[in-house]
Write a protein that binds this ligand. Structure first.
Ligand code: FAD
Length: 671
């Protein structure tokens, strides 16, 4: 049907962490409104829309849709996009507040670029003239630039194009909410209406939360209480919004990228621009950065984007990995011990309810996975455990909404009374004047813990480089540096080690994770760090992970440690127990877990003698095993041998062993 010839009226959609075509409220409603309008241009039929969220008055009158994905300059370093060497970026470097590390590292920058590019291709593939513009800058600046440009620009017929509305999806991070306020303020100045849609990438839709929880002050401070209020979890998620097949076309003209930046026109060039400033110092400030060991593969070799996310989800169903998830989720090596969906979920390449419905179809026998064990047999242990974990993610997100900048405070979210007192204050840096319940060691100031910030910085450097001398911690930090991923089990140990064994301000660990994680998510990262550091919403405070016992339980053959710490590969940890029979020698395993325990001659033979991390580990954890022959460990925490855990030398190293978190029982508040 021919459209009325009129000046273009543009709906601008700002995309942030909702980089997908399917199950995306913005694209769904833009498509619905457009199709309705296309069939009945004079009397748009708003009643036919599926979702009651959108009312007649809220449907903007638009002829064109301009989706825009913005790399935000405060989170992603954008100086690589400068149009020439002589230009200077108007933005400060995108570095963290305390440790001064990049906020977005190479793994996630690449993943984000792949995600945005994939969406661009998917939109262009609809063949209705749609597409995606990529921009860099602060979100408010980009929007202002666009509104200014449209206010001045004439189209081919001499008409000024008109921006009829701006749509974006809500996000719970403090910076993201500030962006939303900026956009609203700027748009109001230009007389443009802004609609911020519910963020629908979570397991439980906000609109379905129990009434008393909608006001955040009533969000339970304990996950179990939250979960129980929503069970049965399988019945929680809403239906998926279908991917549109037709969208309004891009406007005839769109504002160019504002100077001094320019946007390249291929994915490869986009990635190069993002990585250019990071590549100036590939050691990222470390004196001995981890090097790729041979013969090991990344546990997260996946590329970003909605298409890759759907492929991964489908693989998890048809391979049976989703159904075996409960048994394997505490693993550390390989592709399928856990879902590896976190990065897709964090960037909004995938929604939690898409994961739910893929599993529900399998459980109901009407989806993929025919022939796989459990097909058509309802919820199984694995699929139930995935739902349980997805709800953790929801909970962390709601905590971020509830506690705002308190998520970044050294005392965490526990000190809620003083948090109320200090409401409105940027508490990220307010530790200067607050008395912490715990004395932390800082790298940026004297923490009054008898420490020296310069020394703490050295210790932090060794921690990040995987040179602490504790095998599990070193393997995980090297893996993280090199691949952008490390398992949940390893993350818990690493966070606990920094906060409890080393007594270092947990926030610099969280900043380091923010920099490196491919799946970084503000609520999940800062919430989990707080939880493990003992300043978050763990109902049992003061738990400390013993990385030796944890290694014994979850890496009983030392495979994970030797994969990432190749210096230890030649250490023979088995002994003969009969003709052609071998078993792991627990005493030698202890040498793998902490190399300082090896005999001098053995260290010399293995080339370990004289290495700082071997001779002078950051912490020595006294731990011995007394295992009867033949009583092995099944690698999933079912250790039946006896052991004695003792007090280590590091400060803050308290209540090791018995007080550590439960194994993989799946009970209580375990993450
Ligand atoms: C110190 C620390 C920092 C963390 N930082 C992040 C982060 O920045 N982003 C992030 O997504 N997760 C974070 N986690 C949680 C968890 O480690 C990862 O979600 C998980 O390891 C990702 O791998 P997966 O997708 O294979 O997880 P799976 O084990 O397959 O779990 C399925 C999904 O459930 C969710 N999930 C699982 N565990 C948790 C949890 N403890 N908290 C919140 N969601 C969870 C994730 O979305 C995950 O993709 C952190 C955990 C710790 C201890």
């Amino acid at each position: 049907m021919a459209r009325r010839v009129t000046k273009p009226r543009i709906l601008i959609c700002i995309l942030r962490r909702d980089v997908r075509l399917s199950d995306n409220p913005i694209f769904h409603h833009a498509s619905q409104a457009f199709i309705d309008y296309d069939s009945h241009p004079e009397t748009p039929d708003t009643n036919s829309r599926e979702d009651s969220m959108i009312s007649d008055t809220e449907v903007p009158d638009f002829t064109h849709l301009l989706p825009v994905y913005i790399f935000p300059a405060n989170q992603v370093e954008v100086s690589g996009f400068l149009a020439s060497d002589s230009k200077r970026s108007p933005y400060p470097e995108a570095r963290s507040q305390i440790a001064g590390v990049w906020r977005t590292g190479p793994h996630r920058a690449k993943f984000m670029a792949e995600g945005a590019w994939n969406l661009k291709e998917r939109l262009e593939g609809l063949e209705c003239g749609s597409g995606l513009d990529l921009r860099v800058g602060m979100i408010g600046d980009v929007v202002e630039n666009m509104l200014q440009w449209y206010a001045k620009e004439k189209d081919d017929d001499g008409n000024t194009a008109e921006v009829s509305a701006i749509w974006m999806t809500a996000d719970d991070g403090t910076e993201e909410r500030a962006d939303e306020r900026d956009v609203k303020g700027i748009a109001a100045h230009y007389g443009v209406n802004v609609r911020v849609w519910e963020d629908e990438k979570y397991f439980v839709d906000d609109r379905d939360l129990p009434l008393d929880m909608r006001s955040m002050s009533d969000l339970p401070n304990v996950y179990t209480t939250f979960r129980k209020s929503l069970e049965p979890l399988r019945e929680c998620p809403r239906q998926i919004l279908p991917a549109p097949t037709k969208l309004p076309p891009l406007p005839p003209h769109s504002p160019p990228q504002m100077g001094p930046f320019e946007i390249p026109n291929s994915l490869q060039a986009l990635i190069e621009r993002l990585l250019a400033p990071l590549n100036e110092d590939p050691s990222f400030g470390l004196s001995s950065p981890p090097q790729w060991p041979g013969n090991v593969e990344s546990a997260h070799p996946f590329m970003g984007g909605e298409s890759a996310a759907q492929d991964r989800l489908s693989h998890l169903i048809v391979s049976g990995a989703m159904s075996s998830y409960k048994a394997t989720r505490n693993g550390m090596l390989g592709l399928d011990f856990s879902t590896k969906l976190s990065a897709y979920l964090a960037q909004g390449h995938l929604t939690a309810r898409q994961v739910h419905w893929a599993m529900a179809d399998f459980e109901g026998g009407n989806g993929e996975g025919r022939g796989v064990q459990g097909y058509g047999k309802g919820e199984n242990e694995g699929t139930a455990a995935v739902r349980f974990e997805l709800l953790w993610r929801d909970y962390m997100r709601l905590c971020a909404r509830k506690f705002g900048s308190r998520m970044f405070h050294v005392d965490g979210i526990r000190d809620t009374t003083s948090s109320k007192r200090r409401e409105g204050q940027d508490s990220y840096n307010s530790d200067q004047d607050q008395s912490s319940a715990k004395r932390w060691r800082y790298i940026h100031k004297d923490g009054k813990a008898g420490d020296d910030p310069a020394k703490t910085a050295e210790v932090f450097d060794r921690f990040r480089s995987g040179l602490t001398g504790i095998g599990l911690i070193d393997a995980s930090n090297r893996e993280l540096f090199l691949t952008g991923y490390t398992s949940n089990r390893a993350r818990q140990n690493v966070a606990s080690f920094l906060a409890s064994h080393l007594g270092i301000d947990w926030r610099i660990g969280a900043e380091w994770y923010e920099f490196l994680l491919v799946d970084y998510d503000v609520g999940s990262n800062w919430g989990n760090w707080q939880y493990v550091a003992g300043v978050g919403n763990d109902p049992r405070q003061g738990r400390v992970f013993n990385p030796i016992k944890q290694a014994l339980d979850y890496d009983p053959k030392g495979e994970y440690i030797t994969a990432w710490v190749p210096e230890l590969r030649k250490l023979q940890i088995t002994k003969g127990i009969g003709p052609n029979k071998e078993e792991v020698d627990q005493q030698r395993l202890m040498g793998l877990f902490q190399a300082w325990r090896l005999e001098g001659s053995e260290k010399a033979q293995l080339g370990l003698q004289g290495l700082e991390w071997v001779e002078h580990p950051l912490v020595r954890i006294q731990f011995s095993v007394n295992r009867r022959r033949g009583q092995g460990n099944d690698g999933r925490g079912k250790d039946r041998g006896s052991w004695r855990g003792g007090r280590g030398k590091g400060k803050g190293n308290r209540r090791l062993g018995n007080e550590e978190k439960l194994g993989n029982s799946g009970h209580g508040d375990q993450m």
